[in-house]
Design a protein around this ligand. Structure first.
Ligand code: COA
Ligand code: MG
Length: 294
């Protein structure tokens, strides 16, 4: 199912236990907020984090930012209470960690309806286990089933590195097959996909390079760990002026009466097909959606 176009260039994680961060989020120019109850929160702070997130999300004040709560897995002591609390808070989406199979998502979706979650609440899936990499197509295909509510994949590259022992090196050669498989799986299901985090948040050049790589791979955006990563992330994931101008130009060319019957034309020395014009329309739609929010 294709959802309305919503920019998801940036998604900033913040620990639910960090009240200051939950407050600061209201002032940050970020597309999505990932309010975390899972890995960023120590076991003895889980309860506090849950209460703070429910209070913050219920109170609102996050404007157009897409508010997403990451719960603990169903196989942990906190999973069930997290899910109930998240439903009560009524966020835009609930991010499910360590999804392994379509059945994992189907079960959570079932629990959401039992808990009386409102229709707007979507499911996002962390793709971060070896099993998920091998089941990516089937998990992505859940995007076609409205009952599952799936609308986005989030790459969990740190967990993936831990579980597979593949290293996160500059260029991410070892991760590429999984990342691209997940891009294909997301497209199969008609959902978005966000790239993993870049841990060395003081390394601006390394971060910019990884953002550019994510754009080339077809990622819709990137998950972030620190506010200073938002600006460079938006610079990378927003269509450039040149891209927008090119998209407008090729669409204008195809709109000319003399090209009405043509499938391929020449523009500025390049072969352009109607599929390129379609791609261009998407670039323009994203640029318009970004302009509408800022
Ligand atoms: N969300 C919102 N605000 C954040 C933030 C985040 N993820 N990370 C830092 N900030 C805020 C700080 O509160 C601080 O605000 P202030 O100046 O108003 O006090 C400001 O940004 C500067 O923070 P800084 O001192 O540079 O960082 P730090 O040492 O306080 O925190 C981390 C560093 C890595 C612990 C922190 O960025 C963090 O918790 N990131 C998210 C981790 C996470 O959620 N991981 C799970 C998924 S991978
Ligand atoms: Mg993880």
């Amino acid at each position: 199912m294709t959802s309305p176009l919503r920019p998801r260039r940036s998604a900033l994680y913040m620990p639910g236990s960090n009240q200051r961060a939950l407050e600061k989020a209201k002032t940050l120019d970020v597309d999505c907020l990932l309010l975390d109850l899972e890995d960023a929160v120590a076991p003895d702070a889980k309860q506090l984090a849950r209460e703070q997130i429910v209070a913050a999300v219920s109170a609102g004040g996050y404007g157009e930012r897409e508010v997403v709560i990451r719960v603990n897995g169903s196989d942990t002591p906190w999973g069930e209470e997290d899910l109930a609390a998240a439903v009560k808070a009524d966020p835009d989406a609930i991010l499910v960690p360590k999804v392994n199979t379509p059945a994992d998502l189907q079960l959570i979706a079932h629990k959401l309806s039992v808990l009386g979650a409102s229709d707007k609440v979507r499911l996002w899936a962390m793709m971060e286990t070896p099993e998920a990499m091998l089941n990516a197509g089937a998990i992505g295909a859940c995007g076609k089933d409205p009952a599952v509510r799936l609308s986005c994949f989030v790459m969990g590259t740190n967990d993936l590195s831990k579980e597979t022992r593949a290293r996160l090196t500059p260029g991410r050669a070892a991760m590429m097959p999984w990342l691209m498989t997940c891009v294909a799986a997301a497209r199969l299901g008609g959902i978005d996909i966000l790239d993993g985090v870049y841990n060395a948040f003081q390394d601006e050049d390394g971060f910019a390079a990884e953002c550019a790589q994510g754009v080339d791979m077809g990622m819709d955006g990137k998950t972030l760990i620190h506010p200073k990563q938002i600006g460079p992330c938006h610079a990378a994931f927003s269509p450039s002026e040149d891209e927008i101008a090119w998209a407008r130009l090729i669409n204008a060319e195809f709109d000319k009466p003399e090209n009405a019957q043509k499938g391929a034309i020449q523009v500025d020395g390049k072969m352009v097909e109607r599929l390129h014009a379609e791609m261009g329309k998407r670039v323009i739609a994203i640029a318009d959606a970004i302009a509408a929010r800022t």
